[in-house]
Design a protein around this ligand. Structure first.
Ligand code: HEM
Length: 497
């Protein structure tokens, strides 16, 4: 045997010996193999967007704290989740740093350094304050108006009065147009054109490639995977982010410079970021560009997927669709009141809020959870975790746990949010210092969009589609990111609504 191979074999034997007899985590349930190497399932399911199935399987077999891969455990116990997220506020895992547009830059979402995070979060907070949302609402509303116009046109073009539309795509485009309006200063106009805007497309490709490249890095450690070397080399080559990375900053710098040269008077998120530049500790141009691009990702699919899953659940559960229609009919009885719909009159509607909560409970933004790491040797429940143990905080499992939610935990039942619910087992926007900065923005956008659609239209499922074939990459979506629905005007509603 050659010297390097001998060295690797010795290292491997030493590692197994250490894991079996000395590692303080050796009593954490899970398979021995998963502690030593990346399980074929973990890596390949990750690439296929099915990693949640593997992690679920391990939890079902081993319990609430489980080993899933070398140095990675998953936790779905609500008390431990509270300890990790709120009481100890563990830092984000290093994997977040791979989610970046350029190798050298960080943003609010992926930065690990606490001081830098605090500084950027403080700079951006005014843009997401409740008081400021009022000035963003007309921009969000203008995007929804375009969606309604497009849906009405599609219905009018159909002789039967029923239009079959790819709702998933339209709502995804709507969320991107909205982020364009608020964080880039112009709508990408994707709902109206039916096409992806080049800038939006470039940001999306860039991040998708970073994620795939990240998984491919893991694949090289999976025994037996070298058989598929050619396939992974091909995928790796198609992930070349270099061309995207060079054009992106140029385009975004141009947008920023245009706004600075010709102030428009718009009070959008872009302007709030530019305004910080009058302070000594204000944001640099580079930071503004990175944050705008980050909002494009963090603030679009998250909301649009939730709205889409919400529409699918409603179309499948007529009782709740009708209950929501009735609530909206009572709140907005005339065409004028529908046109003048404001978030102020929506935010306390009980069924609307229950429907949104139930959707986020069953379809959280990620079906895996969020990743943290121990900053130092730490006790978690009965186990001692060394520094840098990666922890998957498994919100998705916690939110459909029968012990916390009752026997019908896996079923869609918004009624559970009409009374008391176990709030410590429901963290759709996470908590503590790294909670979602866009929570109020997202709630406003989701309430307005759902209310405008459900007040006006009847929704029906188009058979032959599987909304439960979920794909988990950065967020969770239906396979193919496409879902068609049959849309018609509700009885008795005037055509100008
Ligand atoms: C239904 C909609 C949304 C849900 C359920 C959601 C959920 C979350 C969750 C769970 C986190 C924590 C992630 C982690 O720790 O890994 C997060 C963070 C974040 N979200 Fe959201 N989000 C939504 C919409 C938005 C929107 C609309 C924006 C911006 C316009 C946004 C911006 C962010 C940012 C910047 C962070 C990182 C915050 C930090 O680390 O300080 N999100 N979101």
């Amino acid at each position: 045997m050659s010297a390097p191979h001998e060295r690797s074999l010795r290292l491997c034997i030493y590692k197994v010996f250490y894991i079996l007899f000395f590692d303080s985590r050796r009593n954490i349930p899970g398979s021995l193999v998963d502690r030593i190497i990346y399980n074929h399932n973990f890596a390949v399911k990750g690439l296929r967007g099915k990693i949640h199935e593997f992690i679920d399987q391990q939890h079902n077999k081993y319990g609430r704290i489980v080993y899933v891969a070398p140095d990675i455990i998953s936790v779905d116990d609500r008390k431990l989740v509270k300890y990790i997220i709120s009481q100890q506020d563990f830092p984000k895992s290093e994997v977040y740093e791979n989610l970046r547009l350029q190798r050298t830059t960080l943003n609010l979402f992926n930065v690990l350094d606490r001081d830098y995070h605090k500084h950027i979060r403080r700079s951006l907070a005014p843009a997401f304050a409740l008081s400021y949302l009022n000035s963003l609402e007309p921009m969000i509303q203008s995007c929804i108006d375009v969606l309604i116009k497009v849906l009405n046109e599609r219905i009018d073009q159909s002789p039967s009065g029923v239009a079959v539309v790819d709702m998933w795509q339209l709502i995804t485009y709507l969320a991107l147009d909205t982020i364009g309006e608020t964080a880039f200063g112009f709508s990408f106009n994707m709902v109206e054109s039916g096409k992806k805007h080049p800038l939006s497309d470039a940001i999306e490709k860039c991040l998708r490639n970073c994620t795939i490249a990240n998984i491919i890095r893991i694949l090289q450690y999976v025994p037996g995977i070298d058989k598929h070397e050619n396939y992974f080399r091909k995928v790796g080559n198609s992930c070349d982010i270099a061309p995207v990375v060079t054009t992106l900053p140029e385009e975004m710098t141009a947008i920023l410079n245009r706004r600075k040269a010709f102030p428009s008077g718009r009070r959008d998120i872009l302007q709030i970021m530019i305004d910080t530049q009058s302070r000594e500790d204000g944001m640099t141009d580079e930071q503004i560009i990175q944050e705008s691009a980050m909002f494009h990702v963090a603030g679009s699919e998250t909301s649009s997927n939730t709205i889409n899953f919400g529409l699918i659940y409603l179309a499948k559960h007529r009782k709740w669709l009708e209950a929501l229609q009735q609530e909206l009919d009572e709140a907005f009885p005339t065409a004028e009141s529908v046109h003048a719909m404001r978030h102020e009159n929506l935010k306390n509607l009980t069924i609307l809020n229950a429907v949104i909560n139930e959707t986020m409970r069953l379809r959280p933004v990620t079906m895996v959870g969020i990743a943290r790491q121990t900053p130092e040797t730490t006790t978690l429940g009965p186990y001692v975790l060394p520094k840098h143990t990666q922890i998957i905080v498994n919100y998705a499992r916690m939110q459909r746990d029968k012990e916390y939610w009752g026997e019908d935990a896996n079923e869609y039942n918004p009624a559970r949010f009409l009374g008391d619910w176990p709030s410590d087992a429901f963290l759709p926007f996470s908590a503590s210092t790294r909670s979602c900065i866009g929570k109020n923005f997202a709630l406003l956008q989701m309430r307005l969009t759902l209310a405008h659609i459900i007040r006006r239209y009847n929704l029906d499922i188009v058979p032959g589609q599987n909304e439960n074939d979920l794909v988990q990459h950065i967020t969770v979506h239906v396979r193919g990111t496409s879902y068609k629905m049959a849309i018609s005007r509700r009885d008795g509603l005037s055509e100008n609504l």
